[in-house]
Ligand binder design. Structure first.
Ligand SMILES: Cc1cc2nc3c(=O)[nH]c(=O)nc-3n(C[C@H](O)[C@H](O)[C@H](O)COP(=O)(O)OP(=O)(O)OC[C@H]3O[C@@H](n4cnc5c(N)ncnc54)[C@H](O)[C@@H]3O)c2cc1C
Ligand code: SF4
Ligand code: SF4
Length: 759
């Protein structure tokens, strides 16, 4: 049973970043294997200039390292694998520093760029970063760029062994042994610069190894008057189908129902080719197997499946490239978001910890009085030992152990915070007090910790997105989030309100117990209903009712008109913790259609919040539905205010990113979504993201979107991204990370959209 749950959860967690998984690297780009560095595309550099920069920087770092002990004369200083932008620039920098260096290249120099379409213009973005190192880069046609690179390789006498792939990398006595089909080399350090594009994804169906099935298309014009099958739904498949269809009959098989991730121009050309009968597209189809010059397709016709045989002199499977996981694993490189370890063991150890805490809390009625002290100590030891074991497993790479630890932390924090006497087991009757000190309740210390976490991690995020990238939009966003947290969610409710009452700064109001005794309501100055669920009941002062109506039904809708759901990424404390503490895990946000469908859950929470508020108003005003109102509000506050906003999402920060509550359950986010969608449909919304035609499909925008939007699909088609088709919260991270300046909040103003700061 637990194994089944483990399997289900692993699939869920891996929806996050499957397509954009990367190796785990230190800030110096060193992998978990000391001395083995990874640069370029494989390390997340999305464009040539940034790949070159990484190649250069890594040599600067390696040059400062001492030589390993076993390094004799014939051991190279550095061996570079991959002669792309990153590898060549690293090798040139190493040569310049007088290091002995060799480059191994699987095919040709600059193989990825060689494979670009003829005459393709290669952009030299981002403009703000000057190219580093000896390799030349400027906007140029691919042929000119490659010629220049060959010239540089020759002029610098750079040893590049082409057609020699690295097959095995082993480390012995601090020296790497690299085996190729032609021999074995030894090196003190290895730089892996193999990119991701050279590892085509396979279908994994019978017959895929047959001679007429290819995973690349080199010379499309050599095929004439033949029957050709192309499989795939991205730009390479569509471009291949288009070129091949000029002289052949082409069937294009795609598992989806529309081509979402292709360039606008490709879409136009494809529609023309279909209309002219040059290409037949078979949607909802997958290859079952390849036979003798034919393929069997399985076609899904709305739940009913049928098979079709397609004759094929040649079949091109062009379904993208993927991380060479097998190769990386064979070397021993650790990848991000790998679910190793045991779920049942983590559950067992977490339960033991809670049992230990139960005894430590001394609330165990069945233990004889004289044994209570011993039981408490034994409990504390059990809790420490269990959590210690979890940490040990976690350090060995057991991700389930970290999930267990994260759960224990946040379950304890929120389980004790529900109030004295109402704490969750095992904290009942002692947790709240144990965590309250210096004359302040646990809820106060919780706010202190919350604000501290936001501040520490907020400053890091501000540096990462704002200062280091010279992006004024992000600087202001983080300043805004931190200011709202400090002023409206900490200083006012925890100090200023009480001082205003105590020192009577607010005149007669200070003497009105209905107003003065409800300091917690001052959170409602910025938190709007239905996120601040209690705005209209539990005996609010009229001031709060008037402000609540104004905020939720006038100010928020006006704000949404101009800013969409930016409240979530500029103002709100819940979103604030996600954008600061949760920022380092933003790329783990669940992606794909299923993840988007789950967003419907927010509608149910919004309906529940509305109905229960109605019941409570009926109870308070007319004395109706008293039982139902009290019961439902109690359940809502436990489910929503404790589990959905606290324990579950914060536990999941390191595994699904920070936006689980905001994206799936927050009723205010859902309300703003509906309002923004309505404005967009009416054509009056002022909130959109636009794209120009420079997208290179690097996926950085989609990878970093904390609400899992496939921004790249919009960018490729130059479609407008708004709240009619997405739950975008306007954080602008996609705009900031795009290395090609494709995206902007205002059409045609990509540069201004980023609001770059002057150097
Ligand atoms: C369609 C398209 C358009 C693009 N347009 C632009 C653009 O206009 N401007 C821009 O800046 N960027 C563009 N890019 C991105 C750019 O191509 C990459 O950022 C860049 O190539 C990454 O460089 P790299 O050195 O990390 O990897 P790559 O250039 O991919 O080089 C990796 C090299 O390693 C070799 N290799 C792989 N495995 C092995 C092995 N086992 N042993 C030995 N060698 C191996 C490969 O053959 C390859 O030569 C585009 C990408 C695509 C797909
Ligand atoms: S689409 Fe862009 S602006 Fe919108 S939420 Fe995602 S990253 Fe933020
Ligand atoms: S829009 Fe997205 S996929 Fe396209 S270049 Fe920019 S970051 Fe890469």
């Amino acid at each position: 049973m637990l194994k089944k749950v483990q399997h289900w959860l692993e699939n869920l967690f891996e929806t996050a970043n499957g397509p954009s998984r990367r190796p785990i690297l230190s800030k110096n780009l060193e992998s978990n294997i000391p001395g083995l560095f990874i640069v370029g595309d494989l390390a997340g550099a999305p464009v040539i200039k940034l790949a070159m920069e990484q190649g250069y920087n890594v040599i600067e770092y390696i040059a400062g390292l001492p030589k390993p002990k076993g390094a004799t004369g014939d051991v190279l200083d550095v061996l570079v694998i991959g002669a792309g932008a990153a590898g060549l620039n690293a090798a040139l920098a190493a040569k310049e520093k007088g290091m002995s260096v060799l480059v191994l290249e699987k095919e040709k120099i600059a193989n990825t760029i060689e494979n670009f379409p003829e005459g393709k213009w290669v952009y030299a973005e981002p403009d703000t970063v000057p190219p580093k190192g000896k390799l030349w880069l400027d906007g140029a046609q691919k042929e000119d760029l490659i010629n220049r690179w060959h010239q540089i390789v020759e002029e610098n006498h750079l040893p590049v062994h082409t057609d020699e792939p690295a097959l095995i990398i082993e480390k012995e006595n601090e020296i790497f042994h690299i085996t190729t089909p032609k021999g074995t080399y030894q090196s003190c350090r290895v730089i892996l610069a193999t990119g991701q594009r050279g590892n085509p994804r396979k279908l994994g169906v019978p017959g895929e190894e047959r001679e007429f099935v290819y995973h690349r298309l080199y010379s499309p014009r050599k095929y004439k008057n033949e029957q050709i099958l192309v499989v795939g739904g991205g730009n390479s498949a569509v471009e291949a189908a288009l070129t091949l269809s000029e002289q052949n009959k082409v069937v294009l098989s795609y598992r989806g129902s529309e081509f979402r991730r292709i360039f606008k121009d490709n879409e136009r050309q494809l529609n023309r080719a279909i209309a002219a009968g040059r290409i037949e597209v078979v949607f909802h189809s997958t290859v079952k197997e390849f036979g003798d010059r034919r393929a069997i397709l399985t076609i899904d016709r709305g739940g009913h499946r049928e098979e079709r045989e397609v004759p094929a002199d040649h079949a091109f499977v062009l379904i993208g490239a993927e991380l060479p996981v097998k190769f990386l694993k064979s070397i021993g490189i650790k990848l991000e978001n790998e679910w190793e370890g045991s779920f049942p063991r983590a559950v067992g150890l977490a339960l033991l910890t809670l049992f230990g805490l139960w005894f430590a809390g001394g609330q165990t009625g069945f233990v004889p009085e004289m044994m209570k002290n011993i039981a408490a100590w034994a409990g504390a030891v059990l809790a420490l030992a269990s959590v210690g074991t979890l940490i040990l497993y976690g350090r060995k790479g057991d991700r389930w152990a970290w999930l267990g630890i994260s759960f224990l932390i946040w379950y304890s924090v929120y389980g004790a915070k529900v109030g004295s006497g109402r704490e969750f087991w095992p904290f009942t009757n002692w947790g709240y007090h144990a965590l309250s000190f210096a004359d302040r309740p646990w809820s106060f210390w919780y706010t202190v910790i919350y604000t501290a976490l936001m501040t520490i991690f907020g400053i890091q995020a501000l540096k990462r997105w704002g200062l280091e990238r010279k992006d004024r939009f992000q600087v202001w966003r983080y300043v805004s989030l931190l200011s709202f947290q400090w002023i409206f969610f900490f200083i006012i409710p925890e100090f200023l309100f009480q001082w205003a009452v105590k020192y009577q700064w607010i005149g007669e109001l200070a003497k009105d117990p209905v107003f003065a005794d409800q300091a917690w309501r001052s959170y409602g100055i910025v938190y709007a209903w239905p996120l601040f669920f209690y705005t209209f009941f539990y005996n609010p002062h009229q001031i709060w009712i008037v402000w609540g109506v104004l905020l939720s039904f006038v100010i928020i809708p006006i704000f949404v008109l101009f800013n969409g759901k930016r409240y979530c990424s500029w103002i709100c404390g819940c979103g604030g913790l996600a954008e600061t503490f949760g920022d380092r895990w933003r790329h783990f946000a669940p992606k794909g259609n299923a993840a988007i469908k789950w967003e419907a859950m927010g509608t149910y929470v919004l309906i529940a919040a509305t109905v229960i508020t109605g019941l409570m108003l009926a109870k308070d005003i007319w004395g109706l539905f008293t039982g139902a109102a009290s019961l439902s509000v109690r359940w809502y506050s436990i489910i929503s205010d404790v589990w959905l906003v606290g324990i579950i999402p914060v536990t999941l920060y390191p595994f699904l990113g920070g936006k689980v509550w905001c994206r799936y359950w927050c009723p205010l986010a859902k309300m703003m979504q509906f309002i923004s969608k309505a404005y967009t449909k009416l054509g009056i919304s002022r909130f959109h993201i636009h794209a120009n035609d420079k997208c290179i499909a690097c996926n950085e925008c989609s990878r970093n979107c904390q609400v899992g939007i496939d921004v790249m699909a919009y960018a490729l088609k130059q479609d407008v991204l708004d709240n009619e088709t997405s739950s975008c919260i306007g954080c602008g991270i996609c705009v900031t990370v795009c290395p090609m300046d494709v995206l902007s909040f205002s059409p045609g103003k990509q540069e201004k959209g980023r609001l770059k700061m002057k150097d």
